[in-house]
Design a protein around this ligand. Structure first.
Ligand SMILES: [Ca+2]
Ligand SMILES: [Ca+2]
Length: 300
């Protein structure tokens, strides 16, 4: 049944990819892109033989992923919502770090999938292949986060959640990190699995921009510098955060990291380079920028 659904999905993907290409050449999309970040944590409960040493049972998983909330569902079936929305991914297990790789970057939301046994809701984040170092000679394959509710109560549609789904509502909450290819005789030895213990809202460029604008409105943040330069600098810093968002949208994570470091240095309270903003909110702004950088897996 699942295989049939997959085949149907891939047919739809091929058709929709063509349609999207047509649309992209024409009118701009109406829905404004908004970047949202979820942070996650987990505990490793299984490590395949070929990965032992690099990973161990009991290791902690932590990370985050960022997606564009305006990404359309490419499956017309109201049961399946498939959103090719992932813009950034960063996860750490022990000393290993993986990031968003090329290929499949999907968040799938399924509402009331029914087979002969049960009706189920699930939420799935998949990047295949993710990017990271080889382990035991095996290259990265799948990063999967999977939440399942066999009472089918958690979702009432296949819409993409913009706040983290409540983990307590799922009876299965797992992650699965695969390396390979692994042939059938050794399948299961090239992955690690565990339990997702936390899923929370993280910092995205849009979160920062909302905080920035609110702080300016209520007088907690203003430009720094003589005369008109103060306002210009205020706007310049806002533009830097906005541009970082555009870079993330475009998949230019390293460039976004550099841009955010430049922005951080202009609100970190240190004299060089001079800060572009001042006020009670400036230190919080600096912290948010650093949290965003951490979520993106920026170096330093
Ligand atoms: Ca759908
Ligand atoms: Ca449901």
């Amino acid at each position: 049944m699942r295989a049939d659904a997959r085949i149907r999905l891939w047919r739809v993907i091929c058709a929709v990819t063509f349609a999207v290409a047509l649309v992209a050449g024409g009118a701009a999309q109406n829905v404004q892109a908004k970047l949202i970040t979820f942070n996650f944590e987990g505990d490793v409960t299984y490590v395949g033989d070929k990965l032992l040493g690099t990973f161990n049972v009991g290791d902690k998983l932590s990370g985050s992923y960022t997606f564009d909330s305006a990404t359309p569902d490419i499956v017309t079936d109201p049961v399946f919502g498939d959103y090719y929305a992932l813009k950034a991914l960063n996860f750490t297990v022990g000393t290993y770090t993986g990031t968003l790789g090329a290929g499949t970057r999907v968040i799938e939301v399924v509402n009331n999938y029914t087979d002969i046994i049960s009706t189920t809701d699930w939420y799935r984040v998949l990047n295949n292949p993710f990017s990271g170092p080889n382990v035991g000679g095996l290259p990265p394959s799948d990063f999967l986060l999977y939440l399942q509710d066999t009472t089918a109560a958690v979702f009432s549609s296949d819409a993409l959640p913009i706040t983290p789904p409540d983990l307590s509502l799922f009876d299965e909450k797992v992650f699965d990190v695969r390396f390979g290819p692994c042939d059938n005789s050794t399948a299961g030895e090239c992955n690690l699995m565990g339990t997702i213990t936390s899923l929370t809202l993280g910092i995205s460029p849009d979160t920062i921009l909302e905080f920035f604008d609110d702080s300016v409105d209520n007088g907690d943040l203003s430009g720094s510098g003589p005369g008109k330069s103060a306002n210009n600098r205020l706007n310049a810093l806002r533009n830097m955060v906005e541009e970082a968002g555009a870079l993330i949208e475009g998949g230019f994570i390293a460039e976004a990291c550099r841009q955010l470091m430049d922005a951080y240095k202009k609100t970190d309270g240190k004299p060089r380079p001079p800060d572009f903003v001042e006020g009670d909110a400036a230190p919080d702004l600096a912290t948010m920028i650093q949290d965003l950088r951490a979520g993106l897996g920026c170096q330093q």
